[in-house]
Ligand binder design. Structure first.
Ligand code: HMG
Ligand code: MG
Length: 298
């Protein structure tokens, strides 16, 4: 059956903005994060402590977190390596996320490391973060298909996830980075993790909507017992290091589905739509989310 309650993990300020060419002003980012929280989103991932040359849009990560003050300390941030963790620790943040790849090619393109080397890079990050009392989420990218390698075998994804959990990460977010996955594949992947002793309570699902399958994939995830779903306000997003990665599943579309199913999520949809419409104005183009369009065109 379906769960009674779902946790929405909002990635708009990070995954959503990281691919934007024009740098969004710091004050707009801060406002965006605050409005997402005010709309009832329980977890708002704020930014990334990556190399500013790799993701210029998020070069202001430390300033954003400083401006957010005590509120910011409760928001997760991405940290790929020890340098990233040090930057997060300097600001006394409490939640970090590492991000690995299920494929060799994307590990090299996104992290400048081989598949095996990425785990060596994450090992001290996860160990030091957990020792310091921080929570650690681990993303796995390219869980369904990879633009360079094609279809990604399920066993390979389970192996990558297993290694990240063995390092000490608390939660795994399985990413369909380029949005090629379909519902049957989601069911099979969650079941394969279960067969490896990793139950759906340790998993989150992270869909991009490139092929329009994200909501159908969420439904498959719900039926498989997953209760945490990543989404991006207004459907912003994409990864600058993954060819053909377009917008994330829009949070509004997810909220509409969950409400319809009678599943609790805690989000004020009107406030969220208003926020996404406001951000779309800043970015100079309308939201790709069907729900945002329907609700803001009246
Ligand atoms: P590298 O060039 O191999 O780094 O990059 P390095 O370790 O060789 O260090 C080189 C220099 O960079 C040094 O400075 C370091 O201090 C500095 P120098 O001594 O030359 O002056 N440096 C840093 N500076 C600031 N912050 C840091 C940092 N690290 C090193 N954290 C690195 C390796 C991992 C840093 C680089 O590849 C990188 O930043 N990659 C990030 C790419 C990225 O952000 N991608 C998008 C996020 S992933 C995603 O979107 C997918 C997801 O949404 C899920 C899904 O959809 O699948 C999560
Ligand atoms: Mg993503």
């Amino acid at each position: 059956g379906l769960p009674e309650r779902v946790t929405i993990y909002e990635v708009g300020a990070r995954d959503g903005l990281q691919n934007e060419q024009e740098v969004v002003p710091l004050q707009v980012k801060e406002q965006f994060v605050r409005r997402l929280l005010a709309a009832g989103l329980p977890i708002v991932e704020a930014t990334s402590f990556v190399h500013p040359r790799w993701v210029p849009q998020l070069a202001d990560a430390a300033d954003l977190m400083a401006n957010l003050g005590e509120t910011g300390r409760d928001l997760p941030v991405l940290v790929p390596n020890e340098r990233g963790l040090d930057r997060a620790l300097e600001l006394d943040l409490r939640h970090v996320a590492v991000f690995g790849s299920a494929t060799e090619t994307f590990a090299q393109r996104n992290l400048n490391r081989s598949y095996d080397e990425q785990f060596a890079m994450f090992e001290p990050v996860v160990r030091r973060a957990t020792d310091a009392g921080l929570t650690v989420r681990a993303y796995v990218s390219m869980c369904f298909g990879d633009p360079w390698e094609g279809a990604v075998p399920i066993d390979q994804v389970v192996e990558a996830g297993r290694r990240l959990l063995d390092l000490g990460a608390g939660e795994l977010s399985l990413g369909d980075t380029i949005g090629v996955g379909t519902a049957g594949h989601v069911t099979a992947l969650v079941e394969a993790f279960g067969a490896a002793g990793i139950g759906p309570e340790r998993l989150a699902l992270h869909f991009h909507d490139t092929y329009g399958q994200a909501l159908s994939n969420v439904q498959a995830g719900l039926l498989a017992g997953v209760t945490t779903f990543d989404a991006s306000a207004g459907g912003l997003g994409g990864c600058p290091y993954a060819q053909s990665a377009t917008g994330n599943l829009a949070t509004e579309d997810l909220v509409w589905l969950l409400t319809g199913l009678g599943i609790e999520h805690g989000v004020d949809l009107d406030a969220l739509v208003t926020t996404s419409a406001w951000m779309a104005e800043h970015l100079g183009r309308s939201s790709p989310s069907a729900v945002v369009r329907a609700m803001s065109s009246a």
